[in-house]
Every structure is written in C-alpha cells, then in structure tokens.
Design a binder for this molecule. Structure first.
Ligand code: PMP
Length: 434
C-alpha cells in the first residue's frame, strides 16, 4: 500500500491532466458533512462533491437501499425490460414535480447527458433546431453541452467545432450591471444585461427566428455562472415569450434543484412551468443518475428505439434515488435548508455590513443553501478566503469568472456543524480583509 504522498504522486503522473483539482490529497472516506483524507486529515465539506452528496456522504438509508439492490439486480438495461427501482423512482418523483404536467421520465447517468436528452426531445417535439442559452450558463462537457456552456471559455477552448445552432442572451445578473457615470459625462456599462428580456426579444428578431428555435434553456439559479437567482418577473417574461413563439422552456435544475434552494425545485420560487425539467447531481446522493421529466404528449412523439443508453437509470442508482426522496420526507430536509441557510446568510451579510470586512464584499446572494459571496474584483479575495478555509479544515469552492465563493453544504447539515462552518468563514474573511 502506498503512502498518501505516494498516492498523490501516482495520481499526478497517471491521471488525465485536463482534470482540475482543488487539493493535492486523496479522499479516503466520507460520513455526513465530513470527509477524511488519506493520512487522516478531516474536512468539513461545504462542497458536497459539487452539489451531489446533498444528504451528506454515505447517508445510512441511501447506503442501505443501494446495498440491498446490489445483491438483487445491478444492471437491468432499459432497452431489455423495465426494472422495479426505475419505476419506483418515477412513482416517488411524480408528486414532487413543479408542475403535474411533468409526468413522463427518462433517466440517464450524468447531467450533461440529461441536458442532451432534453435538447433531443425539444428538437424532435417542435421539429425545430436552434437552442437559446444564457450567458454564464453551465450545461456540461459533452460536444453538445460544451456548445451550450457559457460560463468560462476554458470548457470549450481548443475543442471546437462544437454543436451549431446555439445562441446566447444575457442572464439578469444585477450585481454586475451597475452603470457608471464618468466625469466627462459619458456612461459606461460594466455589463450589458440592462434588459435581458429585451435582449431575448431582439435575439429572436435578429439571429434565430422563432420558427427555427426549439427551446430556451435556463438554470433557474445560475450555478457555475455565479450562484445568481434572477429577479422576480424575469421568468414570467421568458415563459410568455416561449408560449407566444411555440418555444419550449427547459429548466436545468442539475445544480439548483432537489432542495438546494429551500424548495424542491428552484423554479418553484418563480411559479413558472418548465416544459422539460433536467435533474442530476443530488438525485441519487452520489450514484451516477440523471433525469428529464416532461409532458407525455411530447415524449410520446419520440420513436421507440431512438432513445436509450447502456447504463441509463441503473437499478442501484435508482434504488438510491428512491431512498433520497424518502429521506427528504422523513427528515424534513427543506425545513433544515431554510433554517441553516438563514444562519449562513447572516454570516455573509454581516461581513458585508461590518466595517472591517465590507470593503472586500461586493455582493451576497442566493437561495436556501445555494449561497454566494462575490468579492470586489482584482484582488483574488475569493481564492484567498478559500485557501484560509481549507487551512482551517473546511472545503469550499469558488464559482464563475467573477471573484465569487459558493457555499454548498449538505442539506441536512446539523446546526452545530453549520455554526462551525460559519465561524471558519467569518475568521477567514476577517483575516483576508485585515
Ligand atoms: N447542468 C448544470 C446546471 C450543472 O451544474 C452541471 C454540472 N456542474 C451540469 C449540467 C453537468 O452535469 P454533469 O457534470 O453530471 O455532466
């Protein structure tokens, strides 16, 4: 057996270099809100493996359900026959859908694949081709979703040509669209999203005609683009534009869905009905599983045999998924998200107000336990705070091209662990500001 440092050396040598990595360490195990590294170091995990282990690492009921399924049937294969966990998961998911019209399901493995399944469905159902995405969005790393990802150029750089037919509009990012007036009387805009609804209407007049546009895809809270919730009214306007032009609205809730924002789906905060809902990450608490839900009339248009995939809706992943929704009910997860979210938010808004730290805070935003602190630009404050937190025993991620920290603790984090996390964050911000 290799030592921790030998393992890191081995990984550095033999793992694809294209994978970025926060820590030169090896995770040995995880339990609840903590991960333990080879060598014994323990971290309070405010990353949840990028919003995946939302019920904590190795949630006992999820583990038990998966273990039981492993001994019964691992691989059923959707193109061979139905299997029970797949159907049971649909039964469990139906009542949590943000709209009852979302009654038909397709499972895949990753978020990217599910986004592509949504695009395939939208194209097929509308007999149109083009897709509109939001600037700042992240939809994945496959050839199709890379073209739709607009949060950082690194995801697509040197990998072109990407999927054609993708158009983009600004997302309403209020913290970045302040207008400054200069001494010579001229104005400059720090961002061009003054009226994102108008930009969308203009796009449909100038670049992609409604008769060519199959869908608009939106993350109801922007994830990799900075943990940005849109202002009230925005979604209604987009829904109206979709209805008027026979364009489908796809909501990518891969990161913001499944309780993260304090409601089961982020779109519920806005009361808008998606035509296609995309889910992944937290839905099986770490097992690879993704899903789309849509109306039966749309999904029934697809020819049998035109959809599939070897591993989609794996029986063990689906059994874990059923246990996840069971835990949501039994453990009142959403109540905890809102209570713990308020505690974390208070630490961040306090830092924004406190004269010792206010100079480094540009914006505090988010919903539930999907929170962000955007720092003033040009000082790398976010990565400095992140480094301090890691030193103090807490894992934390940044997000977007702006200097932004994102907080993604487990949705069932205890009051005690949240207090511990808040204390670390507070100290780290104060030390960086000092
Ligand atoms: N959509 C969103 C909103 C995401 O945050 C992600 C992953 N960060 C994806 C899609 C892609 O999911 P995956 O990495 O599972 O392919």
């Amino acid at each position: 057996t290799m030592s921790a440092s030998k393992l890191v050396q081995f990984g550095t040598q033999h793992v694809a270099k294209g994978i970025g990595r926060l820590l030169p360490e090896v995770i040995e195990s995880g339990a609840g809100s903590y991960v333990t590294m080879e060598g014994g170091r323990k971290y309070l995990d405010f990353t949840c493996g990028i919003g995946v282990t939302n019920l904590g690492h190795c949630h006992p009921a999820v583990t038990k359900a998966a273990q039981a399924q492993v001994g019964k049937l691992v691989h059923g294969q959707v193109n061979i026959a139905f299997q029970k966990p797949y159907l049971e998961l649909i039964e469990a998911m139906k009542p949590i859908m943000p709209d009852p019209s979302l009654d038909t399901f397709f499972f895949w493995n990753s978020g990217s694949e599910a986004v592509e399944a949504a695009v395939k469905l939208a194209r097929h159902a509308t007999k149109k081709q083009n897709i509109i995405v939001m600037q700042g969005s992240y939809h994945g790393r496959t050839m199709g979703t890379m073209a739709m990802t607009r949060s950082k150029t690194i995801y697509g750089e040197n990998y072109a040509p990407l999927m054609p037919g993708v158009f983009s509009v600004p997302f309403p990012y209020c913290a970045q669209c302040s207008i400054s007036k200069h001494s010579d009387g001229k104005f400059s805009f720090s961002n061009c999203c003054q009226d994102p609804v108008l930009q969308l209407e203009l796009l449909l007049k100038r670049e992609t005609a409604p008769s060519d546009t199959a869908a608009i895809i939106i993350e109801p809270v922007l994830g990799e683009g900075g943990y940005v919730p849109p202002p009230p009214g925005y979604f209604d306007a987009v829904r109206k534009i979709c209805d008027k032009n026979n364009i489908l609205l796809i909501c990518d809730e891969v990161q913001c869905g499944y309780g993260r924002t304090g409601k089961m789906f982020a779109v519920e905060h806005y009361g808008v009905r998606p035509d296609i809902l995309v889910m992944a990450k937290g839905i099986a608490n770490g097992f690879p599983l993704s899903a789309i839900a849509s109306r039966k009339e749309l999904m029934d248009m697809q020819k049998p045999g035109s959809m599939g995939g070897t591993y989609g809706g794996n029986a063990v992943a689906c059994a874990a998924g059923v246990a996840v929704l069971d835990a949501f009910k039994k453990e009142s997860i959403l109540d905890n998200v809102n209570a713990r979210g308020a505690e974390l938010r208070k630490i961040l808004t306090d830092a924004q107000k406190d004269s010792k730290t206010s100079k480094i805070v540009h914006d505090v935003r988010g919903l539930g336990l999907m929170l962000a602190l955007e720092c003033q630009p040009d000082h790398n404050y976010a990565s400095k705070i992140q480094t301090k937190c890691i030193e103090k025993g807490m894992l934390l991620l940044t997000t977007s091209i702006y200097d932004t920290l994102r907080f993604i603790p487990a949705l069932n984090i205890s009051k005690e662990d949240m207090a511990k996390g808040c204390q670390i964050i507070k100290e780290a911000i104060e030390e960086v500001a000092a």
